[in-house]
Design a protein around this ligand. Sequence first.
Ligand code: ZN
Length: 217
Amino acid sequence: MTIAAPPRPARPAAPSGTLRATTVAPGNRFGRLVVTAEEEPYLWRGRFSRRRWACDCACGGSAVVREDSLLSGHTTSCGCRRDDVVRDRATRHGARSGDRRRPEYQAWQTMRLRGAAPVCARWQAPAGRGFQNFLADLGRRPSPAHRLVRLDPSRPFAPSNCRWAKNPPRAGVPRRLITVRGRRMTLREAAAEAGIAYATLCKRLERGWSTRAALTP
Ligand SMILES: [Zn+2]
């Protein structure tokens, strides 16, 4: 009489609760990555090649990833998830792992990954302290209508130059401070004081007019 082998334990489900994919196609999701298009294959000394795929990351970044790395679960983000893992392990107090879904965390990630401007060292500190500092300096976002803005777009992201602002100016329209008779003010304030339209002032400055000429009604 033979002894039956014990039943194989069920394969643990993937973290998302879905079965692991066996093929890759545009539109497929792997962790934070969504596949957008096929790229040139990865070639290694002519001995083997691997298909590669361009992916958009949930953080706003992108990456080109080998197909086997996607299918094995080895790569699940553009690289941003590694930062989160380090942070989550290092963080026992204050911010928790759920923080990555919070709007403040999204703003912090976007600031760092988009590369619109340099970010101060305090907000880039390793092991999760960067986000902790960011949160301590700016506090929670007051409302969904608030966005992270720089007061002076020519200067880096830093506590003294950033705040949560409601209805910030549209991207592409620089919010600049100018000095009028020794006083620093926004373009909007200067236009109101001079009695001209804000749009007119912007256009004049873009054309290279002097501050004095641009503010003449
Ligand atoms: Zn990412």
